[in-house]
Design a protein around this ligand. Structure first.
Ligand code: FAD
Length: 417
């Protein structure tokens, strides 16, 4: 049996951020990870401004090492294409500006976001964790079961039992921590299935520094993407709600193939393209209902707490934000020797304030995105009307605007603009 102060289950962006934020705490941390690094993670690889600002707050030169040593391309924002191929550009926020109650710290010499393979990004984060003596990393160590008895957490793996005062469940969408400690049952209505592959020799888009998201009629309310990556590679993929895939018996890889071969606007860019990876599939747990975020001796982070933006499918920034908040709560729990659910529920309040309030607009926009006609309409209006475009740009920073976007009356009002 091995004993620590804290067990972190899973070394994705959520767990690794929590570990780095606890590096100077003096607490002993066991990071248990089923894979061995460097490892692939199926993802679109788009790091939003949220990620950049969190990296900036990390200790001991993490951000400057990211800028100096990690293979990546700058990303200035997202270009949304509607089914009729109208488009509108939404630039990423400058690092720091999405933080409520914090000063906007502008660093104009750096891009607001980046496109960076998860193979490289997650490996970069774990490389920094390896520098700290209080973080003990156990790879090839899959957690099978977690128990909590008399205030002690026990995590069982194939070869060892680990105990601690607290566990952070950062073990992704199929979280063993969540299944062991809560009455959680996966709701397929909230799962989006994502497919992605890397391609070479794709003709570049008109605006290379914008991630391209296409709302194609056949995928609504989800989308197809082409993201330009370092080394003349492209991350290409699509997502669709699992309930739609099952109800309509859709073969997603055929849908992708069909888009690349036959879509009048997209296929010409893939005429000479070559797939240079296997086609990978993974689930995105969209946040569409209240989730259990904490309880006696545990906190749930990132995908394990379904913290994926239900419209954009963005999950890395939210996973890292939950890691930052979790580290703060862990420190105060140890300071005050309080590991009970009452005390730890302050984590839920902070996550609601920092992440979940943003999802109100996302839910209504996602519903809107079920209709190709409505998307065509809103995107055309936004690309023509400077005031509407400005309004959409501020949806991440301004609480009043988010409330506006969450109201059906707003969309009705568009008809009369
Ligand atoms: C196709 C696709 C495209 C996406 N594109 C984007 C994008 O472009 N931008 C964006 O922001 N988000 C994107 N996402 C979402 C993003 O990938 C996730 O939200 C993000 O990885 C969540 O981080 P996490 O640390 O919570 O979980 P994960 O990254 O899933 O990490 C969990 C870790 O836990 C480990 N683990 C799992 N089970 C166990 C166990 N039993 N014991 C020990 N370890 C375990 C795993 O090996 C993994 O290392 C995409 C997702 C998909 C599927």
């Amino acid at each position: 049996m091995k004993t620590f102060d804290v067990i972190i289950a899973g070394a994705g962006p959520a767990g690794l951020t929590a570990a780095l934020k606890l590096a100077g705490s003096g607490l002993s941390i066991a990071m248990l990870e089923k894979d061995v690094f460097p490892r692939e993670k199926i993802c679109g690889d788009a790091l939003s401004g949220k990620v950049t600002s969190i990296l900036k707050r990390m200790p001991d030169g993490v951000f400057s090492d990211f800028i100096g040593s990690v293979d990546k391309l700058p990303a200035m924002g997202i270009r949304f294409y509607s089914p009729d191929m109208s488009y509108v550009d939404l630039p990423y926020l400058a690092p720091g500006s999405e933080e409520k109650g914090r000063e906007i710290s502008d660093i104009p010499e750096h891009a607001p976001g980046y496109l960076c393979q998860r193979y490289d990004f997650d490996n970069f984060l774990i490389r920094h964790c390896r520098r700290y003596r209080n973080i003990s990393i156990h790879e090839n160590t899959a957690i099978k079961k977690v128990d909590i008895e008399n205030g002690t957490v026990t995590a069982e793996t194939a070869n060892e039992t680990y105990t601690a005062k607290m566990i952070l469940g950062a073990d992704g969408v199929h979280s063993v921590v969540r299944r062991s400690l809560t009455a959680y049952k996966e709701n397929k209505k909230h799962i989006c299935l994502g497919l992605r592959a890397y391609y070479e020799n794709v003709s570049p888009g008109e605006e290379q520094n914008f991630a391209e998201l296409y709302f194609l009629k056949e995928l609504l309310p989800c989308y197809f993407w082409i993201f330009s990556m370092p080394g003349n590679r492209f991350n290409v993929g699509l997502g669709m709600m699992q309930s739609t895939v099952t109800a309509r018996k859709i073969n997603l890889s055929k849908v992708l193939d069909d888009i690349l071969k036959n879509h009048p606007k997209i296929s010409p860019r893939f005429k000479n393209a070559r797939m240079v990876s296997s086609l990978g599939a993974h689930s995105l747990p969209m946040h569409m209902q209240p989730e259990i975020l904490s309880g006696d001796n545990f906190l749930m982070l990132g995908d394990a707490a379904s913290l994926v933006d239900p419209f954009l499918g963005e999950g890395i920034g939210n996973a890292m934000a939950s890691g930052e908040v979790a580290a703060d709560i862990v420190k105060s729990a140890f300071e005050q020797n309080r590991f009970d659910s009452d005390f730890l529920s302050r984590y839920d309040q902070r996550i609601k304030h920092r992440i979940l309030t943003d999802f109100g607009y996302a839910d209504i926009v996602r519903r809107l995105a079920c209709s190709g006609y409505l998307i065509n309409f809103v995107v055309k209006r936004a690309s023509r009307s400077r005031s509407l475009h400005k309004l959409l740009l501020s949806m991440n920073t301004d609480e009043v605007i988010r409330k506006k976007l969450a109201s059906p009356l707003f969309y009705l009002g568009l008809l009369f603009r």
